[in-house]
Each structure stands twice: as C-alpha cells, then as structure tokens.
Design a protein around this ligand. Structure first.
Ligand code: GLP
Length: 240
C-alpha cells in the first residue's frame, strides 16, 4: 500500500480532491464514492471550489453512497445523507439520477442493498472510492469481524462505532444498525484512497499498516488492492 503524508489537513484534502479530479478527467462518466463522516469534509470543499473554478466537470459523473445509519434520514443532523448533501451535493448542480444513496429510513434494507448493488453493476465498477477509517478500523460500516465476501449489507454496529456516533448527532441516538457497501464491493473499485487525519487516528493508522491482513481491523482488508493509497496528514502519521 502506498502511503502519502501531507503536512496538514488542508493539504491532505487538496491532494485527495486532486485524485478525484484526475479520475473524472480521465473518465468523465466516472462513478465516485466518498465516505461520510468528518474526514472528507475538506475534500468536499476542495471539490466544490474546483467545480466552481471550472477545473472539474461532474455533469457526466455519478455518485454512490458508502454507508448510512439505519433509522436516520436527510433531516436528521449527522446522518451520512445529511452531511454529504449539506457539504457537497447541494453545492453542485447535479441531476437526481446521478446520485444513488442508501435510504436510512427504508423499511426494507435488503431491497436497499439490492438497489445500490444494481446501480454499481449498471456502471460496471466504482472508479474511485475515498474511505475514512473508524477508530476501530472500520471502513464504511464494515466492522471488526466482517466477512470480506460481502457486497452491500446490513450491519450490527460495533460498540465503538455507537459510542463515536455521538459526535455526529450531538447526543446519543441509540442507533444499532447501519447499511454499507461491503468489502467485496470496495475491493472491486478501480482506485481506493484511504484517508485519515489528526492525532486521534494515529493509533489505528499505525495498526492498519503494521497488522496482517485480517477481519479484526477491516481497513487491512484493502491493503493489498492493486491501486490503493493511504493518504494521511502529519498528525495521523505520528505513530508510524
Ligand atoms: C463513520 C462513517 C464512515 C467514516 C468513518 C470515519 O462511522 N460511517 O463512513 O468513514 O466512520 O469517520 P470520521 O471521518 O468522522 O472519523
């Protein structure tokens, strides 16, 4: 796995955004997946700025969601949908059919999984996926112990994920399940960027790099992908 270390968060986000721009420049109808959560917020900003400046054209591209909390919708602060629309999709001019995102309010999560799988299949593959990494090493909602063979699936959230979730919602919401692209789907992407920022991620970043590939730290399950780069800032690299 290639590792790129940038001096700070703005430089990291600018560099990750350039990876997305390069994918869309090479393939204007690229299928793009960018994680929710705090880590990519600066990437969204950089991409919106690039779009406004005419440096990238998303009009032929498509976007697929990575994961969502089951039971939360767009009006729920801290849902993946709320965050991504607020910071990214609402700031671009996109048509509805360009976006496929998990509906966390669905009464039929299995049907949601099939719908999302079908959208990816219709586009053949995800061209670039930008992943964050959870404090427990999860990618998307692929929690420790996950099967590497899964496509989209419903997940029982790990205790660490449930505890960390308060930072998005501002209060405990007792969300116990999520819905996520699986490791098999993620590994099928053409290009993977695994992104981490800040001192708080330095332990899991070091563990991910040092550990053998295995389900205990789900991020290790993509380490041997043919086109993956771990992109981190100096603070996240402090235990390497
Ligand atoms: C969250 C999200 C993931 C995200 C990861 C890291 O639970 N569901 O998509 O990549 O965990 O989040 P953050 O970037 O906020 O640290």
């Amino acid at each position: 796995m290639n590792v790129e270390i940038k001096e700070d968060y703005p430089q990291l986000c600018a560099a990750v955004a350039e990876q997305v721009i390069a994918s869309v420049t090479a393939k204007p109808d690229a299928l793009i997946c960018i994680a929710g959560g705090d880590t990519p917020l600066g990437v969204f900003e950089a991409l919106v700025n690039a779009s406004n400046a005419g440096r990238v054209d998303f009009s032929h591209a498509s976007f697929i969601g990575l994961d969502e909390w089951l039971g939360l919708g767009r009006s729920d602060k801290g849902s993946c949908r709320e965050m991504i629309w607020h910071h990214f999709f609402d700031k671009l001019t996109l048509r509805d059919e360009q976006i496929c995102f998990f509906d966390g309010l669905t009464h039929d999560p299995q049907a949601e999984c099939l719908r999302v799988d079908a959208f990816i299949a219709a586009h053949q593959q995800i061209d670039i996926i930008v992943l964050g990494i959870g404090m427990n090493g999860h990618i998307g909602f692929n929690e420790p112990g996950v099967s590497p063979d899964k496509s989209c699936h419903v997940v029982d959230l790990d205790a660490i994920t449930q505890a960390v979730s308060v930072k998005y919602f501002g209060k405990p919401l007792n969300i116990k399940q999520g819905i996520s692209l699986g490791i098999k789907t993620i590994r099928a992407a053409k290009r993977i960027i695994l992104m981490a920022s800040g001192e708080k991620k330095s332990t899991i970043v070091a563990k991910t790099l040092q550990a053998e590939i295995g389900t205990e730290i789900p991020a290790t399950l993509v380490k041997d992908h043919p086109s993956i780069t771990l992109m981190i800032d100096r603070a996240a690299s402090s235990q390497l």
